[in-house]
Ligand binder design. Structure first.
Ligand SMILES: [Mn+2]
Length: 281
């Protein structure tokens, strides 16, 4: 807690909407695994996302602030503050914001049931979609115990993952310098590594099984940094991904339709459209 309470806060006096465009409105938005306080966090892309979209309800599905990393070393650039302020501002302006702490921000779990500036802290939450489906929203580390058989992979994976993320940053710095769009090295690597794929699908199966046991229509979680919408019999598994590598959000449209937004792709599409407009002008 000490590292976090030492973070200097400053109010965001001007939050500018994207020029000339209306925000895209959704019924619900889920984001998680932002890992504020680490170098891996893509705060810039998340700020762009928050400035482009709006919703009636916003779920923060855990690992928003990385307390584990902050305890070791305080890393808190302005952009990370800007993310926090944008979310607080949204809550003040009437968006229902529900914060479900994860394992990296478990220090906030002690505040379960409380309300901070319009942000409700909960351990889990049942969300009812516009088309009447009941979804259990939780971070997902609750399933780690069941995943024990895969623990060794998690330990080996963690070290490899940290290295991969460092490489990912350098690759993208060079790509940015060359004017190329953001590209996720580990997203590609994960899909190539057979063990990681087995790990992810095992996690998805366990979560879906839990939904079935509870007689609900589905589960929304984060934790494994892999966005997905997948059907298991009568149960739907949703994962909103992360803002470290994939940069994804899960959204619910006003008719209850769910979609994963890949923000790097959305930004690239918008940039291309803007460039085309400039050429036309
Ligand atoms: Mn987690």
């Amino acid at each position: 807690m000490n590292a976090i309470s030492a973070i200097p806060m400053r109010p965001m006096d001007k939050v500018e909407p994207k020029r000339g465009t209306e925000r895209r409105r959704f019924r619900t938005i889920w984001i998680s695994d932002i890992h504020l306080g680490t170098r891996g966090c893509n705060a810039g892309m998340l700020i762009d996302f928050l400035d482009t979209v709006d919703s009636q309800t916003l779920y923060l599905v855990g690992d928003i602030i990385d307390g584990w990393q902050l305890k070791k070393r305080v890393y808190w650039p302005t952009a990370h503050n800007d993310v926090v302020w944008r979310i607080m501002k949204r809550a003040r302006r009437g968006t229902r914001v529900i914060y479900i702490p994860g394992n990296h921000d478990e220090m906030f779990r002690q505040f379960t049931g409380l309300n901070f500036g319009g942000v409700e802290v909960r351990r889990k939450k049942i969300h009812t979609t516009a088309d009447g489906r009941k979804l259990l929203v939780l971070h997902g580390d609750e399933f780690d115990a069941i995943m024990l058989a895969h623990r060794w992979l998690a330990v080996v994976g963690d070290a490899a993952y940290t290295g991969l993320m460092a490489l990912n940053r350098h690759v993208n710095r060079v790509r940015r310098w060359l004017g190329m769009p953001y590209w996720s090295l580990s997203r590609m690597a994960k899909h190539k590594v057979k063990n990681a794929v087995a790990f992810i699908s095992r996690f998805e199966e366990i979560v879906a099984h839990e939904a079935e046991r509870r007689h609900i229509d589905g589960v929304v979680c984060g934790h494994i940094h892999t966005a997905e919408i997948r059907q298991f019999g009568d149960v739907t598994y949703y994962n909103d991904g992360d803002w470290v590598e994939g940069c994804t959000a899960l959204v619910e449209h006003f008719d209850g339709t769910m979609e994963v937004l890949h923000w790097a792709d959305e930004m690239a599409r918008r940039d291309a459209a803007e460039a085309a407009l400039e050429i036309a002008a």
